[in-house]
Write a protein that binds this ligand. Structure first.
Ligand code: SAM
Length: 430
């Protein structure tokens, strides 16, 4: 594998590859790291490679001509090559990309500096744009070094025969199990007994289960691509349930105060389908309680009648899983009563999150709220509105207003039970 790195700081690459596995790989001729300074292709006697951005603004931009000439000097070498641009706007680098890149004979890495490179370089020469994460570093050299290291590990013989890249984290869609070495006891912490047992089969089994556990807790998205046995799926289910118990999330369906079509404050009537569907979503995602905020006594009686039918009446034996979901339901006169009940249960006032189809300033995003909820530190009450949505005062008095569900269409009229399903999935799915 030949890496051709286009950089105005070739000296950067002397140190990171002058020791360890990558040094050996170069000595064995398995990889070669060439650097190419675009200054050598500059058009003026000062070797200028940057200029001011058209349209004004801070910083400088890499001029296209020296970078283009450098790239062109590397093309058509008769080998399978790919040109990469390091940029925070690219696809986030991953184990999968590293493995794919290891199949090329030559990887050209363009390292940006300043405010980046003239856009036309990207359009004309770049096959793939790679980011190393959602942060800004001062030059593409750091990204290039990281890419070279990760890709080289996939090149046969780079890691030596005794070590396989396929036992690292990610290789089977799982994070690696915890590793220990001597001493047996360090600062009072003992190495797990099983690793001292000498029973290789049991050790292997333990490592697989630890890998599964780490992946579910730290990076559950990886499991999408993992082949699992039925026993492993069951085991993951148990871990998920344990994790879930630490989260304290409640849901309320608010029938008062909500707007009607002409933005008058009203009490909406209870909808059988909403109660049934949202309670099943709540039960599925481990929500601790589903409140119906409904002050009208006649309406309360009606809901109670339906609940009794399914929970203790003839409906129970007909559909016991429905009873299990509906047991989460309780009726409250107001949002304040609901907050008070949760506070009494949890010992802390819940953070109130309102959902609304209308965008406004200062809303919280799904990932941010998901992270807050997952700490398990505080209880959360998520309010869904009936009618034409929850009134302004309740919205403005909440701790968080969640961003509306967005799609690529201009239609935004979900039923509250559909919105609840989408939102709860985004906040609590695994
Ligand atoms: C200061 S940055 C320029 C950032 C550019 N103004 C932008 O916002 O997209 C200079 C160079 O560092 C590299 N770089 C910065 N952050 C990176 C990241 N997260 N991943 C890959 N390369 C990055 C790129 O080569 C970039 O051209």
């Amino acid at each position: 594998m030949i890496y051709d790195v286009i950089t105005i700081f070739p000296q950067f690459f002397e140190s990171p590859f002058s020791f360890g596995i990558l040094k050996k790989a170069q000595e064995k001729g398995l990889i070669r790291i060439n650097t190419h300074d675009p200054r050598k292709f500059a058009l003026d006697k000062h070797n200028t490679v940057d200029d001011k951005p058209y349209g004004g603004g801070a910083g400088m931009v890499f001029k296209p001509e020296p970078v283009a000439a450098t790239i062109e000097s590397l093309l058509n070498k008769g080998s399978k090559s790919i040109a990469l641009l390091t940029t925070p706007q690219g696809e986030v680098f991953s184990d999968r990309i590293a493995k794919d890149l290891s199949n090329y004979d030559r990887v050209i890495l363009i390292c940006g500096r300043y405010e980046g490179i003239d856009e036309r370089i990207r359009e004309i020469y770049v096959d793939k744009e790679i980011s190393i994460g959602d942060y800004i570093i001062s030059g593409g050299e750091y990204a290039a070094a990281l890419i070279i290291d990760a890709v080289s590990r996939f090149i046969p013989s780079v890691l030596g025969n005794e070590y396989s890249p396929y036992s690292d984290s990610f290789r089977e869609g799982l994070l690696e199990y915890p590793q220990y070495t001597r001493p047996e006891i360090f600062k009072g912490k003992k190495v797990p007994e099983i690793l001292l047992s000498g029973n290789h089969k049991e050790i292997e089994n333990w490592r697989r289960l630890e890998s599964l556990k780490r992946t579910v807790i730290r990076n559950p998205y990886l499991l999408d691509k993992t082949d699992l046995s039925l026993d492993e799926i069951k085991y993951i289910g148990q871990i998920k349930t344990q994790i879930h118990k630490t989260r304290k999330v409640y849901v309320a369906l608010v029938h008062y105060p909500v707007y009607n079509k002409s933005l008058k404050t009203i009490t909406a009537a209870f909808t059988n389908l909403d109660v049934h569907d949202i309670s099943r979503v709540c039960r599925t995602y481990g929500i601790k309680g589903f409140y119906l905020v409904q002050p009208v006594v006649e309406q309360q009686k009606l809901v109670e009648k339906v609940l009794c039918h399914w929970i203790t009446g003839p409906g129970r034996s007909f559909n016991p899983t429905r009873a299990e979901a509906l047991k989460l339901v309780s009726i409250k006169n107001s949002v304040d009563d609901t907050v008070r009940e949760i506070e009494a249960n949890e010992g802390t006032k819940p953070k109130v999150v309102v959902t609304d189809a209308r965008a406004r300033e200062g809303m919280i995003g799904y990932n941010e709220l998901r992270e807050k909820i997952s700490t398990g530190e505080e209880p959360y009450l998520i309010l869904f509105g009936t009618g034409w949505g929850i009134v302004k005062d309740v919205i403005e008095g909440a701790d968080y207003i969640l961003k509306p569900i967005e799609s690529f269409s201009d239609y935004n009229h979900l039923s509250v039970r559909s919105a609840a399903a989408v939102i709860i999935d985004r906040l609590l799915s695994c």
